[in-house]
Ligand binder design. Structure first.
Ligand code: NAG
Ligand code: NAG
Ligand code: NAG
Length: 335
C-alpha cells in the first residue's frame, strides 16, 4: 500500500517536471505588440526553461519600467537613450539568483524576431534597439538567432498583410495593413521546423473560451490582476483530437485591444489561426482588462498588479503559465 503511494508520488513528480520539457516538436514560443510585447519578453525571460523564442512588435527590454509607471511612459517608450542595458541585465541576474525567474543560461539558444515601424510615435524605434541589445547579451549567436524588421513605415500597431487601417494610421484597433504577415514571419522564424503555408481560412469552431479567472492566483481578483474573465485559444482540429503532436504559441495583445474594447477583433484577424491549422500549433490569447489602475487594459509590465509583476509569481505571469500548463496537459497526448 505504502509502496504504491510512493510510486504514485514519484510518477506525479516525474510527470510534473516533464510536463513542459523542451522538445523541438512541441515548442513553446510567445509574441506580442506594445505592452503585450514588453509582457512577451517578460514571459520569455522569466520562463526561459520552457519558452524557446519571442516575436516582439514595439516592445522593450525586461524590467525596463523598473516597477515605475513614469519610467514606463518615458524611458521605455519615448526616451530610450535613458535605458541602461547594463542595469537591466543586473536586475535580470538578480531575479535569477533569487530564483524568481529561470536561469538566464536558458536564453542562449532562443530565437527572437523584432519589429519596429519607422513611423511609430508611441514606442520609438530606439526602445526596440535596446531590446535587441538586451538579447544580444544572452544569445550565443545573435546574428543568426535575432531577426530584425525595421524597414516598414508603420505607425504603432500590429502589422498584417490584409487587415486593418492603413499602415501609417494611429488609433484603434491598432491593427494596420502594412503588407507584412507578422504572424507568419514570427512563427516561421521562431519554430525550428519548416512551416507549411497558412490555411486560406480557419474555423471559428476551433476557438475555445478558457475561464481565465479560475487561473488567477489566490489573493487576486480579475480587477486587481487586471485580467478579463476569459481567455481564448485556437486549437486546430487535429490538436483537439490528440492525434497530432502540437506546438504552443502565446500571443499578448496591446493596450486598448481588450475584449470589452474591440471584441474578438484581435484574435480573429492577426493571422495566427490560419497558420496554426496547417502547422499543428495551439495559439493561446490571454486577455487583459481595463481597471482604475490600468485604464487602457494593458498587460502588466510596470507593476500595477504587484511589485513581483515581472517574476514567475506575478499575478498575470502565473495566470498565463497556469493556463499554458492546462492546455499542455489537455492537448499534449503524450502526457
Ligand atoms: C520529442 O517528441 C517526439 C514526439 O513525441 C518524441 O519522439 C521525441 O523523443 C521527443 N524528444 C525529446 C528530446 O523529448
Ligand atoms: C524590408 O526588407 C526586407 C528584406 O530586405 C524586404 O524583403 C522587404 O520588402 C522590405 N520592406 C519594405 C517595406 O521596405
Ligand atoms: C482549413 O480551414 C477549413 C475551413 O475552416 C477547414 O475545413 C480545414 O480543415 C482547414 N484545414 C486544415 C489543414 O486545418
Amino acid at each position: 500500500m505504502i509502496k504504491n503511494i510512493v510510486i504514485v508520488l514519484l510518477l506525479l513528480v516525474y510527470c510534473s517536471t516533464n510536463i513542459l520539457g523542451k522538445n523541438s516538436s512541441n515548442q513553446i514560443t510567445v509574441s506580442g505588440i506594445s505592452s503585450g510585447g514588453f509582457f512577451a519578453v517578460q514571459f520569455h525571460v522569466a520562463f526561459s526553461s520552457i519558452v524557446e523564442g519571442a516575436g516582439i512588435i514595439a516592445g522593450g527590454p525586461y524590467y525596463c519600467a523598473n516597477g515605475n509607471v513614469d519610467t514606463a511612459l518615458s524611458s521605455c517608450m519615448v526616451a530610450p537613450e535613458l535605458i541602461s542595458i547594463d542595469e537591466l541585465i543586473g536586475a535580470t541576474e538578480y531575479a535569477a539568483d533569487l530564483l524568481t525567474i529561470d536561469a538566464t543560461s536558458n536564453l542562449q539558444n532562443s530565437k527572437v524576431w523584432l519589429f519596429s515601424g519607422t513611423a511609430d510615435t508611441i514606442v520609438k524605434s530606439g526602445v526596440v534597439l535596446k531590446l535587441e541589445e538586451y538579447y544580444e547579451n544572452y544569445l550565443t549567436d545573435p546574428s543568426t538567432q535575432i531577426k530584425t524588421v525595421y524597414n516598414y513605415s508603420a505607425e504603432h500597431s500590429y502589422p498584417t498583410n490584409n487587415f486593418g487601417n492603413s499602415c501609417d494610421y494611429l488609433g484603434p484597433d491598432y491593427i494596420n495593413n502594412c503588407n507584412i504577415d507578422s504572424a507568419w514571419e514570427i512563427l516561421t522564424f521562431l519554430n525550428d521546423y519548416t512551416l507549411s503555408p497558412p490555411n486560406s481560412t480557419f474555423s471559428s469552431d476551433n476557438i475555445i473560451e478558457l475561464d481565465q479567472s479560475s487561473f488567477i492566483p489566490f489573493g487576486y481578483s480579475t480587477t486587481s490582476a487586471g485580467l478579463y474573465s476569459y481567455a481564448y485559444a485556437y486549437v486546430p482540429t487535429q490538436c483537439q483530437r490528440g492525434t497530432t503532436q502540437c506546438s504552443f504559441h502565446i500571443v499578448f495583445h496591446g493596450c486598448e485591444q481588450t475584449i470589452p474594447m474591440i471584441g474578438d477583433t484581435f484574435y480573429m484577424n492577426t493571422g495566427y489561426n490560419q497558420i496554426a491549422d496547417t502547422n499543428n500549433i495551439i495559439i493561446l490569447y490571454p486577455q487583459a482588462l481595463a481597471t482604475e489602475l490600468n485604464p487602457k487594459g494593458c498587460f502588466d509590465w510596470w507593476g500595477f498588479a504587484g511589485e513581483d509583476y515581472a517574476s514567475q509569481d506575478g499575478a498575470q505571469m502565473s495566470t498565463v503559465k497556469s493556463m499554458l500548463d492546462s492546455l499542455v496537459s489537455k492537448y499534449d497526448f503524450r502526457i
